[in-house]
Ligand binder design. Structure first.
Ligand SMILES: NC(=O)c1ccc[n+]([C@@H]2O[C@H](COP(=O)([O-])OP(=O)(O)OC[C@H]3O[C@@H](n4cnc5c(N)ncnc54)[C@H](O)[C@@H]3O)[C@@H](O)[C@H]2O)c1
Length: 382
């Protein structure tokens, strides 16, 4: 796939940050777009230092979001899309400014701090006819797409019960008190939003569940805890969920599971079979059957759906992982922009892109869980 000369700007993702570099690697993997501009940090000085380190021209290295939007809008060769990879509280103002100016936007999760902000951005993207994608990157894995396809094809029958878990251990102590950058803003409700583990990783779990099953979460009953003394936001959440189609699910999101790195998994059981996928062994999907048998489907070996095959890049035995899955999200972004330019309907990868409405569902999920937990684990509708 050729990039056909697309360019992008980045907001956040400066030196020493985490996920911005992953976005850049994912975009670079397909050579689908070039980074040419940015406001990379919260201070103008550090933004400019980061721009220089990333090889961005000084004249397109901006002090802040406002300057980026104003000066890029005035250029004949303005960027095609803007990637937002700041702490959560900046997403709304940055995405709003970019969409209002007519830029396509790719924003990391959780989409915004409140669902009212998310709704406003979704409506703005719709009215401006701009793409507003949210990087729920786990839905980019080939074997996740295979699982989604198997569920849609009726391979496991009607879905009855799902378990989705995202367990980490890196916040088992008060890491924010040491000044660690990523832990510090995640511990601050003004920057992270209402959810701790719920917002940071629970939203990934919520989206994966919806992506694989095609079902919506109708109501939640949540129990949350802040185990680490002094921590304001939850670091552990257990959520019961009622899904559309009368299926049931449980979701756990926890950042105090000592020794867990990115223990993210989904298990979906239908009337005639089940599917199990684990993020730390992403090349395999286990399929279970009524007779108790288990079959391991491996990327590149078993015949898979075209949906999974188009998300694969390498022959079997050459492991693909996090970056490739992330890159599939960007394939969708680039395909969408090319389709929009040529006046054709988006297809293929673009149809699988998580969008503002998915981001909005994620923020609403967090709000509903927080409300449920605050009121003694009552059921709250989404
Ligand atoms: N999709 C994923 O798998 C994934 C993984 C990690 C983080 N995230 C999300 O990505 C976002 C960033 O997380 P991170 O861990 O990379 O954080 P980080 O603290 O490592 O990086 C944030 C960057 O944003 C910059 N920044 C802060 N305020 C800014 C402003 N007003 N204007 C411009 N830049 C600003 C910081 O200087 C820093 O460079 C968060 O929303 C987080 O939830 C997503």
């Amino acid at each position: 796939m050729s990039g056909n000369g697309l360019t992008y700007a980045m907001i956040g993702g400066g030196t020493g940050s985490f996920i911005g570099a992953v976005h850049r690697m994912a975009i670079a993997l397909d050579g689908s777009a070039r980074l040419v501009a940015g406001a990379f940090s919260s201070t103008p000085e550090r933004s400019k230092e980061s721009a220089a380190a990333l090889g961005v021209d000084a004249e397109r290295s901006y002090a802040d979001v406002a300057e980026l939007v104003e000066r890029e809008s005035a250029r004949d060769d303005a960027v095609d899309f803007v990637v937002i990879v700041t702490p959560n509280h900046v997403h709304y103002e940055a995405a709003k400014a970019c969409l209002e100016a007519g830029f396509h936007v790719v924003c990391d999760k959780p989409f915004t701090v409140t669902s009212a902000q998310a709704r406003e951005l979704r409506e703005l993207a719709e009215s401006k006819k701009r793409l507003c994608a949210v990087t729920y990157n786990y839905s980019g894995y080939p074997m996740v797409r295979e699982a989604a396809e198997l569920v849609r094809s009726g391979a496991i029958g009607a879905v009855r019960k799902c378990f989705v878990e995202y367990h980490q251990g890196w916040l088992s102590t008060d890491l924010a008190a040491t000044g660690q950058k990523q832990a510090s803003w995640r511990a601050d409700p003004a920057k992270a939003g209402l959810g701790g583990a719920l917002g940071d990783i629970g939203t990934h779990a919520e989206q994966l569940l919806r992506f694989v099953t095609g079902l919506e979460i109708e109501s939640v009953c949540a129990d949350t805890t802040s185990f680490v003394p002094g921590r304001v936001l939850d670091d552990d959440a257990s959520v019961l969920m009622r899904l559309s189609g009368s299926a049931k699910a449980t979701l756990t999101a926890s950042q105090i599971c000592v020794g867990e790195a990115n223990g993210f998994s989904i298990r979906v059981y239908g009337e005639t079979g089940g599917l199990v996928w684990r993020q730390e062994t992403p090349e395999q999907l286990v399929r279970t059957a009524l007779d108790g048998s288990k079959r391991i489907l491996s990327r590149g070996i078993e015949p898979l759906s075209s949906r999974a095959n188009t998300a694969s890049r390498l022959p079997s035995g050459h492991p693909e992982g996090f970056i490739e899955a992330f890159a599939n999200i960007y394939r969708g972004v680039v395909e969408h922009i090319h389709a929009e330019r040529s006046g054709s309907a988006p297809g293929g990868m673009a149809m699988q892109l998580p969008l503002a409405q998915d981001g909005e569902r994620g923020v609403r999920f967090v709000e509903a869980c927080v409300e449920s937990a605050k009121n003694g684990a009552v059921w709250v509708e989404i």
